[in-house]
Ligand binder design. Structure first.
Ligand code: TRP
Ligand code: SF4
Length: 328
């Protein structure tokens, strides 16, 4: 039987190319190989957005519409909302009782984020225990594999430690979930920093072709290449060339490199070609997205069906857990 994959994404609204190459491309492939459960981690969104909840419901809808349009298929995987499953919160309570605070405090992601987030107070219980909630997400529906990026590895590792502790205290029950590290392609924002909604440097999957072209035109090139007759250096080209590397097969990449070094083309042409590739690669996405916008009910339906399939598994787990904890 296929192993069970569980993974979640915080609802950030419309998704950008960074999300695609970091997560979704991988999820779309996994749904053919494994039994996949993908959920919206809306409670996790509250760890940093507790003071800004107005858009969460809309962000969830936009994100699910993007999931469907990019190719997550409700006939192949289950999609649901974390907050539709109260058993997640219940398991979180039990796990929080057995997780030492010191494990959470030494989590490198936690330490980094504490320093990074200065605009609001995140010295909350919820923020500290983020990985405990994440562990509940994974083991409640008995996930075996967790596709995540490298930044999430410490969270999965912590989850394994919590599982060991649970099993030690209450008898072998949960299987230690395993991280499934996927080959991710790093995508830069148009300004050369990491692509991120908060930096305002992202190209969204649902951007109109003319907006995509506009954004590609703003991408940073080789700063030393001022005129079209100056030879360029792909290795010094800050955003356009690295993005070509993600979109262009190696054979054709050589030609782009030659055109740049020998100044056979200017940066404008080079960008036009890149914009074409990005726009073309999203043709099917745009079609499906437009279909979903005409029929927004499909989003609710997909979430309802996902919940209907996953909830019974979660209920069964909680029944077993309660029995072990003598909460009868
Ligand atoms: N922490 C993950 C992220 O920020 C999201 C997430 C929440 C998750 N729960 C999860 C991922 C469970 C995998 C499994 O990307
Ligand atoms: Fe970058 Fe292309 Fe300009 Fe060369 S031609 S510097 S690769 S944008």
């Amino acid at each position: 039987m296929a192993k069970r994959v569980v993974s979640g994404q915080r609802p950030t609204g419309r998704l950008h190319l960074g999300h695609y190459f970091g997560t979704l491309q991988n999820w779309v492939k996994l749904q053919d190989k494994y039994e996949c459960l993908f959920f919206v981690a809306d409670w996790h969104a509250l760890t940093t957005k507790y003071d800004d909840v107005g858009e969460i419901a809309n962000d969830i809808r936009e994100m699910i519409a993007d999931w469907l349009a990019i190719g997550l298929d409700p006939r192949k995987c289950f999609m649901y909302k974390q907050s539709d499953i109260p058993e997640v919160a219940e398991l979180y309570v039990y796990l929080s009782m057995i997780t030492p605070v010191s494990w959470l405090e030494r989590n490198p992601t936690y330490k980094e984020m504490l320093e990074e987030i200065t605009e609001k107070d995140v010295s909350t219980v919820g923020f500290l225990s983020y990985p405990v909630l994440q562990t509940a997400d994974i083991i409640l529906p008995r996930g075996e594999l967790v596709p995540v990026g490298e930044d999430q590895l410490p969270h999965v590792e912590l989850g394994r430690e919590i599982v060991r502790r649970f099993n030690h205290l209450y008898g072998e029950y949960f299987v230690e979930p395993q991280a499934l590290l996927s080959p991710v392609k790093r995508l830069l924002g148009i300004d050369g920093r990491k692509m991120s909604k908060s930096y305002g440097n992202a190209i969204y999957l649902s951007d109109d072709p003319n907006i995509i072209r506009n954004k590609v035109n703003q991408m940073i090139t080789d700063p030393a290449r001022k005129r079209k007759i100056d030879p360029g250096r792909p290795e010094a080209c800050m955003v356009v060339y690295p993005t070509h590397e993600v979109y262009t097969p190696p054979e054709e990449l050589e030609e782009i490199e030659r055109n740049c070094r020998e100044a056979t083309w200017g940066c404008m042409e080079c960008k036009r070609q890149l914009a074409d590739r990005i726009v073309d690669s999203l043709a099917t996405f745009r079609e499906r997205r437009a279909g979903i916008e005409r029929e927004p009910g499909v989003v609710d339906e997909v979430l309802r069906e996902g919940l209907h399939q996953v909830r019974p598994i979660c209920r069964a787990t909680i029944r077993d857990v309660r029995e072990r904890l003598n909460i009868l």
